[in-house]
Design a protein around this ligand. Sequence first.
Ligand code: ADP
Ligand code: MG
Length: 281
Amino acid sequence: AAPVALVSGMSRTSRNGIVVKTGDMLEKMSTAKSAAFDKTGTITSGQLNVSQIVPQTGFEAAQVMHLAASAEQNSSHILARSIVKYANDTPLSPAEDLAEVTGNGVTATVDGHAVKVGKLNFVDPDTPRQPLDQTAIYVAIDGTYAGYITFIDNVRPEAAATLQALHAEGVKNVMMLTGDQRAIADKIAEKVGIDTVQADLLPADKIENLKKVPAELRPVIMVGDGVNDAPSLAVADVGIAMGAHGSTAASESADVVILKDDLSRVVTAIQIAKDTMQVAK
Ligand code: ADP
Ligand code: MG
């Protein structure tokens, strides 16, 4: 396409709170046939709130929250940020020997205790236990399972209409690629109208799913917000980051960054891309 048309398209997207880093992305978005969405923070709201702290017998809710929030204070994960915000009126303790295990959670030493926070089978691998059917993180203290913290993970009000509009724009293959559990993923996918759901994915699995998209279903767009989405945003034909609340890593890896906390801007971007290519012909 003519460079002048692309520049004008990019300035139009930017007036709509959409940063398109290179002009060729307008070309790809205008013919996109697939779109993959991360769940937490992308299909669901960028603002998650803690709903319950449930300690195991022998542990206190305040202690579970304090140790979990202290361990998570440097993580950019959306669940980490939510519990840190929740714990904000009490002082946190320093987290030593901190390690973030991609797609699983964090480990740290806090107040002399070994703390593990994240997925159930990461936190408590030795005890067979059914994970909850709501978004939650699990906590172990000194090697003992200590309880869990649940979140209100609401579907974005604009999500269903956005996915419907995408189908209308010719994006016929809409996927969910999530690190969360199957039961939660299916429930949310059904509410918003996703075509296929892949759950329990690590960042590397999200990449594999994108690579598997056949040529006739491309270009493929990936939309995500989290640090765990950054690698797949880089691999997709067009990576779109939800930049308003999302992690810096996601925005840096993406080709397109949406600056407003509004999922429907994905459709706006495609519509502007189509107009731009029309003019450019
Ligand atoms: P999604 O694809 O739904 O956005 P992620 O891949 O970011 O989810 O994370 C998947 C799961 O991994 C989370 O639901 C959580 O259980 C766990 N997890 C990953 N990182 C963290 C962290 N820093 N703290 C707590 N849990 C985490
Ligand atoms: Mg996410």
